[in-house]
Write a protein that binds this ligand. Structure first.
Ligand code: SF4
Ligand code: SF4
Length: 359
């Protein structure tokens, strides 16, 4: 008797990826508002510092408070301060906010990739606005060929290695002398003068950087910024990364197209590059639900949305400033009278950069 034919059930068709409403490539988002806020705050602090210095140079009372936040522009002194602190436990009282801001940047990058660069750094914001402006002007940005891109990308690491070499070889007394010397006490004013009393050479260098930044995405951050190089190296230790679900990815390549650092997001299962700035632009434009996410290791549920990441990056900064302020690690301890005396001699040889011994 013929046996009935046994047929196995037809395999289930693969589930169709769920599409979702994604942001348009390069559309202005919450991160851009965050960056704008930090940039405006930085400009306001710069203006306040300018008026403080003007008043300090005069004979009358000083009614404008010196804003410690300007010390964020003194990363080399901050590195030296941290080196001294880790070796001796002594906290630099001259520019303590510089150490707080560097410590904050390092902390968020250790936890959340190079998010200090992608969300907070004003130089990163200007760099990003410039390449986006270039894109509107010329309809595109240019990528340097690999033979030029790779050696140029090492420049920022070489600069960082030089600063580390110069700082780590200093003895404790040498660092104490530098941090308490007149040059470092006025280094924030020197930085202000870098912009307000710009030399022709400085203006030419800045103009060249602007032009290059209009042409090449993130020219400054990608090739020259040693601060970003340090943050990128720290970010390699971060447990957080962008992950792509190859099973649902439709290979539309929008993520790779918008990545400000030219990372091949659409070709990787996860992004572990030191260049990833945690900007989340790739996840915003992905049109398929649950396909591209920034996740932290050990937490299956935690999916970093731009809103949550922005809250954490901003919240940690406010917490760090508050903690430093109430614990006396934020305001400079240099007395106003001493500062006024030094300011009057700012252009004298006594206030020049101390010589670095290279032997
Ligand atoms: S991989 Fe994504 S989060 Fe990282 S820099 Fe590129 S676009 Fe931003
Ligand atoms: S992961 Fe990238 S390539 Fe894949 S669907 Fe999302 S945007 Fe498109």
């Amino acid at each position: 008797m013929p046996q009935p034919e046994v047929t196995s059930p037809a395999p289930e068709p693969p589930a169709r990826p769920r599409t979702r409403r994604a942001a348009r490539p390069y559309a202005w988002g919450g991160r851009n508002w965050f960056q704008l806020g930090v940039l405006l705050l930085t400009l306001a602090l710069g203006v306040q510092f300018y008026f403080f210095v003007q008043q300090a140079l005069g004979q009358g009372d000083i009614s404008v408070q010196r804003p410690p936040g300007v010390e964020g522009f003194l990363p080399i002194g901050a590195l030296m301060g941290w080196n001294l602190f880790l070796r001796t436990g002594f906290w630099d009282p001259v520019h303590p906010a510089a150490m707080v801001i560097l410590g904050y940047a390092a902390l968020v990058c250790l936890a959340l990739r190079k998010s200090f660069c992608g969300w907070f750094c004003p130089a990163g914001t200007i760099s990003e606005w410039l390449w986006k402006a270039g894109q509107r002007l010329w309809g595109r940005n240019w990528r340097l060929p690999a033979w030029l891109d790779l050696p140029l990308r090492s420049l920022k690491y070489l600069l960082l290695a030089f600063f580390f070499w110069a700082i780590l070889r200093m003895g404790v007394m040498e660092m104490v002398a530098f941090l308490n010397g007149p040059y470092y006490k006025l280094s924030d004013v020197k930085m202000l003068h870098f912009f307000t009393q710009m030399s022709g050479l400085t203006a030419a260098v800045l103009a060249s950087l602007v032009l290059l930044s209009l042409l090449v995405r993130n020219f400054w951050c990608r090739y020259l910024c040693p601060y970003g190089a340090l943050m990128g190296l720290l970010a390699l230790l971060s447990p957080t990364r962008v992950e792509r679900n190859a099973g649902t990815c439709t290979n539309c390549r929008r993520c790779s197209q918008v990545c400000p650092h030219g990372l091949p997001v659409a070709d990787k299962a996860r992004i572990i590059s030191p260049e990833c700035s945690g900007c989340l632009d790739c996840t915003r434009v992905c049109p398929v639900a649950d396909t591209l996410r920034m996740k932290s290791a050990g937490s299956k549920r935690l999916n970093w949305s731009p809103a949550v990441l922005g809250l954490v990056v901003g919240g940690v900064f406010l917490a760090a400033v508050f903690a430093a302020e109430v614990s006396g690690h934020w305001q400079s301890a240099v007395p106003q009278a001493e500062l006024r005396g030094l300011l009057r001699q700012i252009d004298s040889p006594a206030i020049s950069h101390p010589k670095v011994q290279l032997d």
